[in-house]
Design a protein around this ligand. Structure first.
Ligand code: NAI
Length: 397
């Protein structure tokens, strides 16, 4: 079939297998061009098919030669629809890992469920024995609690007061004022249940109970802080509240891993175009400005550069970890650079629909967005028919 992008709001409902393959190949090539990482050997990545989780899997595999198990929730193609981008990414990733003789297996299903945890544990036991790194990189709008079966839905709202700011309709190129009313207590609690640390803790407890965590195991989850400008909708909003819970959970997990000398860390990463961040009001406009300034300064990084740095300069540097006052690794140091943030603060009030193209990197944002779904990649002829039905080598379908 001929596969073209179909944008619905902040999501693209199609994905291109050859384009996704190309994007994954570029990330792999980046890692292969860097110095090797003396790092993890047996890695579980939860949320491994797109964004930061995919980059974590690629960097572990091709940077450190690690064996990886990846968990995600993606869709295979059917008669009417293409597969999701994360499906094609994983098919490409496994193909390239296997071509290099590297172990890579994947499990597609709800990571919040007990059934998927059991499936992963059985696979670790059978193939790896134990894991020494667990990356927790889920971004989900909802979660069904494994015990109570209650459905929790997360919201992206301020806490306490209405948030007034501006936002961009990325594809219409329109900058509009936006008012977001504050979350109810129930919405705050639900967001914490989805994006907080409870499920991370459940994963670690479950794997530990089965003796699947190696001596000195590390586990890392990702967070975001961002500038004052987005605090009301992010850091001080429902998602930031959930991230606070994630941070407290890291302390509790480290405590529970004392006997195996394990460590749970939070890494605060840079704002990047991913399927998850596209859904947050205000953030795409902020990212468009940020990209323009960081590209001009030569400090722009994508997921793969960030995660390579996380492994090489932080988790596996052989040096004591350098942490902020909240005990977190800061990969967002270049984003938060005073010079960059001062420029954003002065430019932000001036951005309008009329000057969007020149005052921000909205084109770069759009391009990255298309690339998330395998479009706009060099070397792929999008006018050619292509088979949408692509297999992930390790998944029966
Ligand atoms: P993403 O949307 O690219 O990836 C989410 C991953 O979670 C995918 O692999 C998806 O299949 C998987 N997933 C979602 N629901 C699932 C479920 N029920 N079961 C199994 N897998 C499921 O997201 P992104 O942006 O890479 O986010 C990952 C983490 O990084 C999040 O914690 C996010 O808050 C954090 N982060 C993201 C930043 C950004 O700007 N994108 C910045 C800093 C942190």
């Amino acid at each position: 079939m001929l596969i073209l992008p179909k944008i619905r709001g902040f999501i693209c409902t199609t994905a291109h297998p050859a384009g996704c393959h190309q994007v994954v190949a570029e990330q792999i090539a980046y890692v292969k061009a860097q110095a090797p990482i003396v790092g993890p050997k047996n890695v579980l990545v939860i949320g491994a098919s797109t964004g930061y989780g995919l980059a974590s899997r690629i960097a572990a595999t091709f940077g450190a030669g690690a064996k990886t198990i990846g968990v995600f929730y993606e869709k295979a193609a059917d008669d009417k629809r293409t597969a999701s981008a994360g499906w094609y990414n994983t098919a490409a990733f496994e193909q390239m890992a296997h071509a290099d003789g590297l172990y890579a297996k994947s499990i597609n299903g709800d990571a919040f469920s007990n059934a998927i945890k059991a499936q992963v544990a059985a696979l670790i036991k059978r193939d790896l024995g134990q894991v020494d790194l667990i990356v927790y990189s889920l971004a989900s709008p909802r979660r069904v609690h494994p015990e109570t079966e209650q459905l929790f839905s997360s919201v992206l709202k301020p806490i306490g007061a209405t948030y007034h700011s501006k936002t961009v309709d990325v594809f219409r190129g329109e900058v509009n004022d936006i008012d977001i009313s504050p979350a109810t207590q129930e919405e705050i609690d639900h967001t914490e249940a989805v994006m907080g640390g409870e499920d991370w803790q459940l994963w670690i407890d479950y794997l530990k109970a089965q003796n699947l965590l190696a001596e000195g195991v590390t586990t890392v989850a990702y967070s975001y802080v961002g500038p004052e400008l987005t605090h009301d909708i992010y850091k001080a909003g429902t998602i930031g509240h959930a991230k606070d819970h994630l941070r407290t959970t890291a302390v509790n997990i480290t405590d529970s891993l004392k006997d195996v000398h394990g460590l749970a860390m939070i890494s605060v990463n840079k704002a990047l175009v991913t399927q998850a961040s596209a859904a947050i009001p205000v953030v795409p406009l902020y990212i468009s400005l940020l990209y323009k300034l960081m590209k001009a300064q030569g400090t722009h990084e994508g997921c793969i550069e960030q995660i390579y740095r996380l492994y090489k300069e932080h988790l596996y540097s052989g040096q004591p970890l350098y942490l902020d006052s909240d005990g977190q690794i800061r990969l967002d140091d270049l984003e938060m650079h005073a010079d960059i943030q001062a420029q954003i603060e002065s430019l932000w009030p001036q951005v309008t629909t009329e000057n969007l193209l020149t005052s921000t990197d909205i084109e770069g944002y759009r391009d990255e967005f298309y690339r998330l779904f395998g479009f706009n990649t060099a070397g792929v002829d999008y006018s050619q028919d292509i088979d949408a039905n692509v297999k992930i080598a390790s998944i029966e379908n």
